[in-house]
Unconditional design. Structure first.
Length: 69
């Protein structure tokens, strides 16, 4: 489901998922998400995913790939 430009938490309140997962390279404020979950009396777990390839950044892979083509 697409989010909202104004309030990204609006979709969360509407769907009320059991878990919100944040990608390893996403910069969402987990503490802010937890705060909003709490003030809205929602029972949602929030988890930041680990990198599938530790110590390797996707931006470095893109740069390397561009140079090889």
């Amino acid at each position: 489901m697409l989010g909202s430009k104004g309030d990204i938490f609006g979709v969360v309140k509407k769907i009320k998922p059991n878990i919100i997962t944040i990608g390893y390279d996403q910069t969402h404020q987990i503490s802010e998400l937890r705060r909003r979950v709490k003030i809205n009396n929602l029972n949602i777990k929030i988890k930041k995913l680990d990198s599938p390839i530790p110590h390797v950044k996707s931006s470095n892979l893109r740069t390397k790939y561009k140079k090889s083509n």
